[in-house]
Design a binder for this molecule. Structure first.
Ligand SMILES: [Zn+2]
Length: 309
C-alpha cells in the first residue's frame, strides 16, 4: 500500500521515550506568520528541545506553544521555551487555572513524584474548538482516559491526528484515573471509537514515530484495553513499574535508599499497591518492583546505585 504523503509545513521532532514528541507547525513558505509548537518534552531535555527548535524554526519566530496534556514529559520544556521565545501558551481549558496558580496537586506532579519546571499559560483550549495555527486549521478533541484533561488535535484537510498518549503505535499510556479508583477504561474505549470515525491518514503519537496503520494500532490498543479490564490489578502493577522506571529516567542514577525513600513518599505508588493488592509496606513493594525492573534489564545496578539504561 502506498503511504500517504506527509503534509507540508508540519514537522515532528521525535524524541527518546522520556520526552514526548514535539510537533512544529510552520506557516507556508513566503507568507508572514509565526510557528506553533505542540508539546515541549521533558524538563530534563529542555535545553535540547530549545536547540532542536532553534534549528527547525529556520529564522521564524515561535508564537504559540500548545500542550495536549500536562504530564511532565509533554510540558517539561515549557518554562525554558517561554524564557527564549515571546509566545502565548495554550493548555486544556480545564487546567488553565491550575497552571496559573501552579497547583502541583491538581497538575498531578505531587502524586506521581515527577519533576516539571513551573511555567505560565494564558490561553484555554476548549474541546471541539477549531483554531488557526500557522495557517492550518486544527480542532481539539477530548481524549480522557489516560488523563482526564487530555486533548487530541485533529487537522481534517490532511487527515493528521496528534494523539498524545491516547493512542500509540503499540498501545496507549497508563490509565491514570484507574490507579486512584476512578473508572476510566470506558473513556479509553470511547476515544478509540472516536479515532475510528475520523479519516485519519497519519497518527502522530505522543511517543514514537508517526504511523499510518491506524486500524492495526486500534486493534492492538483494544486488545491491551481488554487485558486491563480483565485484570485491573495487573494494570496497576504495571503502572507502578512505569512510575519507578520513569523516575530513574528523570534522575539517570540514584542510590537505592534514596530511590526507596522516593517510592515511599510517592502517593500514586501507594494507590497502585492497593489496586494491585500487593502485600507489605510501600518500601517492600518498591523493592520488589525494583528487583523485577533489574531482572528485566530495564534498570542496572552498580553497588548501591541504580542506573537507568
Ligand atoms: Zn501522558
Amino acid at each position: 500500500m502506498l503511504e500517504p504523503t506527509w503534509p507540508d509545513n508540519l514537522r515532528v521532532l521525535e524524541r527518546g521515550w522520556l520526552s514526548s514528541n514535539n510537533i512544529l507547525l510552520m506557516p507556508p513558505e513566503g507568507e508572514a506568520g509565526s510557528a506553533v509548537l505542540i508539546d515541549s518534552g521533558h524538563s530534563a531535555h529542555a535545553e535540547q528541545t530549545q536547540a532542536l527548535l532553534a534549528h527547525a524554526l529556520q529564522g521564524r519566530t515561535l508564537g504559540r506553544l500548545v500542550n495536549t496534556h500536562l504530564h511532565s514529559d509533554h510540558c517539561g520544556g515549557n518554562a525554558l521555551l517561554q524564557h527564549h521565545h515571546d509566545l502565548t501558551t495554550a493548555v486544556p481549558a480545564s487546567q488553565l487555572t491550575a497552571v496559573q496558580r501552579w497547583d502541583r496537586e491538581a497538575l498531578s506532579y505531587a502524586a506521581t513524584g515527577q519533576r516539571c519546571d513551573a511555567f505560565r499559560a494564558e490561553e484555554p483550549l476548549f474541546t471541539g474548538e477549531t483554531m488557526q495555527w500557522a495557517g492550518q486549521s486544527w480542532t481539539s478533541l477530548a481524549a480522557p482516559g489516560h488523563d482526564p484533561h487530555a486533548l487530541m488535535l485533529w487537522r481534517d484537510d490532511v487527515g493528521v491526528l496528534v494523539a498524545g498518549d491516547a493512542l500509540w503505535e503499540n498501545g496507549f499510556g497508563v490509565v491514570f484515573p484507574e490507579l486512584e479508583g476512578v473508572g476510566a477504561f470506558d473513556e479509553v474505549a470511547q476515544v478509540l471509537d472516536l479515532i475510528e470515525t475520523l479519516p485519519v491518514r497519519w497518527v502522530i503519537p505522543g511517543h514514537g514515530a508517526a504511523f499510518t496503520d491506524v486500524a492495526g494500532a486500534l486493534q492492538r490498543a483494544r486488545r491491551r484495553l481488554a487485558a486491563h479490564r480483565a485484570a485491573p490489578h495487573r494494570h496497576a502493577r504495571h503502572a507502578a513499574k512505569v512510575l519507578v522506571k520513569y523516575h530513574l529516567m528523570e534522575e539517570l542514577r540514584q542510590d537505592v535508599q534514596t530511590l526507596l525513600d522516593w517510592a515511599e513518599t510517592t502517593p500514586l505508588l501507594h494507590s497502585c499497591q492497593a489496586r494491585a493488592q500487593e502485600p507489605g509496606t510501600p518500601r517492600e513493594f518498591a523493592e520488589r518492583l525494583l528487583l523485577e525492573l533489574l531482572e528485566a534489564g530495564a534498570l542496572r545496578r552498580e553497588g548501591q546505585v541504580i542506573l537507568d539504561v
